[in-house]
Design a protein around this ligand. Structure first.
Ligand SMILES: Nc1ncnc2c1ncn2[C@@H]1O[C@H](COP(=O)(O)OP(=O)(O)OP(=O)(O)O)[C@@H](O)[C@H]1O
Length: 259
């Protein structure tokens, strides 16, 4: 499995480009992190990768096949996507929300079977939220909702996972547990693209980092190549120290300087 983005260009209004001529490739078992300031276009790019927004120019291919030639069901069997925010409308119980992840694998109007329920329960278990199964989605916290949506995409069993700021509502422990799960999904063969506002999350997970800024990929490469003091200053206008952790030289961290 491989995802190729060729000269992708997108505009909401037909005049202002949100991004232009963006190209990159990601292979299975790899995690790509998208960094960039607010409003840079990360969420928009995620939606284009999932063909929810049509590119104005360029193309996106999965194993050489243009995603525009795939039906929505074909695409949802290949790509799972968790948007940045999700406003709950119907009071489904959490297990039913996770079961919705099985929809691409069901025939039209078919109800989920025993196997689907088992997969959904396993997904909830892997995220430590099985106890939420009978709770209404409209009556759980923002972080719990984020974990329920993640369980739904794990149950979807796709080979590509698009996660738009997946840790934004999670407590510190759940952030790190989720990053571990993302790493293990990639080890099992998944291709993951995730946006984040935390450079450290890229150090903990990513093979590749792309900084989106000014409608372009401003920098692209390994986390150590891209997350540098200079690049972070250029991107966010803040001073940081990027360095090895003293007690474990294999870890690199990015610490903001507040003084
Ligand atoms: N539906 C829309 N219609 C018109 N413009 C939009 C729409 N959604 C987003 N934009 C604009 O597109 C640009 C990119 O927004 P996007 O949400 O992709 O950025 P982002 O990098 O994900 O930001 P953040 O880090 O704040 O989530 C912004 O200028 C935003 O105002």
């Amino acid at each position: 499995m491989r995802l190729d983005v060729h000269e992708a260009t997108f505009s909401y209004d037909g005049s202002r480009h949100i991004f232009a001529d963006i190209s990159f490739s990601v292979q299975e078992r790899n995690i790509m992190c998208l960094l960039g300031p607010n409003g840079a276009g990360k969420s928009t790019l995620m939606k284009c990768l999932n063909n929810l927004m049509p590119l104005s120019k360029g193309c996106i291919q999965i194993d050489g096949q243009d995603i525009r030639s795939l039906s929505r069901q074909e695409l949802t069997r290949k790509i799972a996507y968790v948007p940045q925010s999700h406003i709950p409308t119907f009071p489904f119980v959490a297990l039913d929300v996770v079961l919705m992840g099985r929809a691409p694998h069901l025939n039209f109007l078919a109800v989920p079977g025993k196997k689907d329920i088992e997969i959904a329960k396993q997904a909830m278990n892997s995220l430590g939220i099985y106890h939420l199964r009978d709770k209404r989605y409209t009556e759980i916290s923002g972080g719990e909702r984020q974990l329920v949506l993640l369980a739904a995409v794990i149950a979807q069993q796709t080979s590509i996972l698009l996660l738009d700021e997946p840790t934004s509502h999670l407590d510190f422990g759940n952030q790190i547990r989720l990053l571990k799960i993302i790493n293990s999904l990639a080890e099992q063969g998944m291709l993951v693209i995730m946006s984040t506002h935390f450079p450290d999350h890229a150090f903990l997970t990513a093979n590749t980092v792309a900084i989106i800024a000014g409608g372009k990929i401003a920098k692209q490469g390994s986390p150590a190549e891209v997350i540098t003091e200079e690049n972070i200053y250029q991107t966010y206008g803040i001073k940081v120290i990027v360095g090895q952790v003293n007690c474990d030289k294999s870890l690199i961290t990015c610490v903001p300087l507040i003084r």
